[in-house]
Design a protein around this ligand. Structure first.
Ligand code: ZLV
Ligand code: CA
Ligand code: ZN
Length: 396
């Protein structure tokens, strides 16, 4: 299979793939947009292309309580581990759900096996980080991770355990500086907050920003970390607020410009890249016009930096497009993006599920008509100017 498709191991470096198939069997509930099954669909497409032959494949174990406690509070973990998905307590007066640690509402429901699901996601991310630290991998892929909203003692936005923070903490045992990049359509607030007070992690999130109408409402251009006098982490949070309808061309030029400047100034020893696929056109929750090519170009740009890197999943609510993006990005990691056929493999399970038989549907195929682009050239330039100015405060 691999030979017939021309896919071989990349020369001179190693890619590893970390997953736990048990994770994919969990359900958030019928109407909830987060579908762990999208991981099954993604993996099936990746394997159908024969890409597993070009990587080291690891079936990962769940993270232990102690591993989760490297970031999360034990109060929160104890509750997460014991709470039952039964009726959520209601406030006696107003009947609103009375949530502890923000658990049990409609964004972060309680479901069967919740603790297992969370510890499996973190287990894959941590395994990826360890393969980077031991230098057995140059790129480690954990599509089951990327849950960037979870806080130390609070669930938020479909995220309960912040596998990214846990993985970055592992990277920090070895690398003096780690760069976190987030291309999910939502602001990577949990990761940003976790590293607010250190200059060893720089975070940069690209996201839709509309404080009153789009979750989580944070991540303005001038939110750059608490500027208290003795905070070494001041200026180490970069935010790129965007509007509906941004195109591949605009996004990639902004991404290359900003990430290029940051890498030059900050000189990270490792990169953690969250590849949330809800920034793609046609996503159930997203608002951008990105195509698989434009989303993947971000991964390609980072790979060209030749810095050890973890690729995380994240959001993505139209599973067929999530699978396309993460398949294309896996091909970029193993450097076979120019070898794989743009036509989906004949034998791919669920082939009909993809609607079109191409890996690269056009905006017209996805949406009929492109979403209006609200991002002006001036806004884009203002962002570059602000970040350029901000980076003058970062020690090189
Ligand atoms: O992709 O939710 O807007 C990483 C990620 O970044 C909200 N939540 C909260 C704030 C007040 N609300 C409304 C509560 C909605 C509860 C259920 C949905 C159900 C059906 C369809 C859409 C949603 C929904 N929820 C859309 N946006 C939200 C956000 C959370 C977004 C999390 C993104 C997670 C994995
Ligand atoms: Ca983001
Ligand atoms: Zn998202």
């Amino acid at each position: 299979l691999a030979e017939s498709s021309g896919i071989t191991r990349p020369k001179g470096y190693n890619v590893s793939f970390h997953c736990n198939p048990e994770m994919e069997k969990h359900h958030f509930g019928m109407t909830h947009p987060m579908k762990p099954w999208r991981l099954t669909l993604s993996k099936s497409l990746i394997y159908s292309y024969g890409m597993s032959f070009a990587m080291d494949n690891y079936l990962t174990r769940a993270a232990t309580y102690e591993e989760l406690a490297s970031f999360h509070s034990t109060d929160y973990l104890d509750f997460l581990g014991t709470v039952l998905p039964e009726a959520v307590p209601r406030d006696l007066e107003n009947q609103n759900p009375d949530l502890k640690f923000n658990l049990g509402g409609s964004d972060c429901p309680l479901f069967d096996g919740l603790y297992d699901y969370c510890s499996m996601s973190a287990g894959s991310a941590l395994d990826a980080a360890r393969k980077i630290v031991s230098q057995q991998s140059d790129i480690a892929i954990a599509w089951g991770g990327g849950l960037h909203h979870a806080k130390k003692a609070e669930a938020s936005g479909f995220c309960y355990i912040n596998d990214i923070v846990i993985a970055i903490l592992e990277l920090l045992r070895f690398y003096p500086r780690v760069l976190y990049i987030d291309i999910d359509v939502h602001h990577g607030d949990g990761v940003e907050e976790a590293f607010f007070s250190t200059d060893r992690v720089m975070t940069v999130s690209f996201h839709k920003y509309d404080p009153n109408n789009f979750f989580p409402g944070t991540g303005a251009l001038d939110d750059n970390g608490p500027k208290s006098e003795h905070n070494p982490g001041a200026h180490h949070a970069v935010n790129v607020p965007l509007q509906d309808g941004i195109t591949d061309e605009q996004y990639d030029s902004l991404f290359n410009n900003i990430v290029g400047r940051i890498v030059e100034k900050f000189r990270p020893g490792a990169i953690a890249l969250q590849c949330g696929a809800d920034s793609l056109a046609g996503d159930r929750l997203g608002r951008f016009n990105l195509q698989v090519q434009g989303h993947g170009a971000c991964v390609e740009f980072c790979k060209r930096m030749n810095i050890p890197m973890i690729l995380f999943g994240g959001g993505g609510y139209t599973p067929r497009n999530v699978a396309r993006a993460w398949t294309y990005e896996t091909s970029i990691a193993i450097n076979c993006q120019d070898k794989i056929s743009p036509i989906l493999p004949e034998h791919a399970p669920w082939r009909e599920h993809f609607r079109q038989d191409t890996l690269f549907p056009t905006i017209e195929q996805i949406l009929g008509e492109a979403r209006a682009n609200k991002n002006t050239a001036k806004k884009m330039q203002d962002i570059v100017n602000h970040v350029t100015e901000q980076l003058r405060f970062v020690q090189s």
